[in-house]
Ligand binder design. Sequence first.
Ligand code: PMP
Length: 368
Amino acid sequence: MTTTRTIHNFSPGPAALPAPVLAQAQAELTDWQGRGYSVIEVSHRSPQFVQLVQDTSARLRRLLDIPDDYQLLYLTLAATAHFSIAPLNLSVASDRALYLNTGHWSRKAAEHAAKQVRVTSVDIVPGKAEEAEKDIDPADYAYAHFCPNETIEGLAWPARPTLPPELSSSLPPNLPLIGDFSSCLLSSRLRIADYALIYAGAQKNIGPAGISLVIVRKDLLGKARATCPPACNYALQAEQDSLLHTPNTFGIYVINLVCKWLEEQGGLAAMERINQAKAGLLYQAIDTLPLYRNGVPNAWRSRMNIPFQLANPELDQSFLQQAEEAGLLFLKGHRAVGGMRANLYNAVPMASVEALVEFMRQFAQRHG
Ligand code: PMP
């Protein structure tokens, strides 16, 4: 059954994928590039699949400008799994790690890591930074962990994180930095060299759920604890080009199509401009229409995840219901925050943001 109604998908993740990607995946699901079989019916060790992995890696390396001394991995693991296994892979030198708290997901990462390492948490949210240890000596810590885009609160950090002024002006440059890029990888340009390790669940900007990307500096490989399960050991996966075990083959295939689509859009510099324009339009509506508000200070506003509240929360239900009737889907805010949230990942077109803003204007007129 197909629907003829126009819908706009603002889902937090799994999220919208580019329409041409879905159309191609559908068209060749039973006949992959004229071979007579599906991409999900072929051995992950066959030359044609190995070639697909290599092609995908070459495209990701070009898109993200990944330096040669970094390894790219595809792992059949959720981002949440990396909360636990990144510590196992990187904590041989010291069993202490520094966690920069920015919101829900970085706190979760710290909580899970605390089962593996001794965690020091530093709250760095603007206006909420807590007094903490005065001088951070990099020699004391195996790494620092950071989430540059907090999906639930809609908080983003422009570049390498800074610590609250009462602590120090910046992180020690030689302290390896781990970034949870689950909700922002591929949405804008990024200096990979600022990070020792980047991980991201695929289901927002990269591909379907059930696969994650890891980008790790090669000199950090081979330092995992003996207790690290082999399938979760980045070095062992790197040795086998992520084919230590059967990977999520369909996931890698869709990531390949997403990379091609990103190239057609003009790469990450173009995506960054488009995402800036999309988010700019929505924030402008939130800031100018009196019915709506977003409490995040301008400098920290995410371009991917935009929470907003109604001046009168009693209208939340009718807003969501009428939005859904207008084809504007999945706008309910996370239960931890309430209100609404529009997730503007790469595959959400400007036309969807325009439709949302127009709806918000009309709703405000009816209820202003
Ligand atoms: N980190 C961030 C920043 C996220 O947004 C999410 C999911 N929304 C996760 C981690 C957890 O992802 P997963 O469900 O793949 O474990």
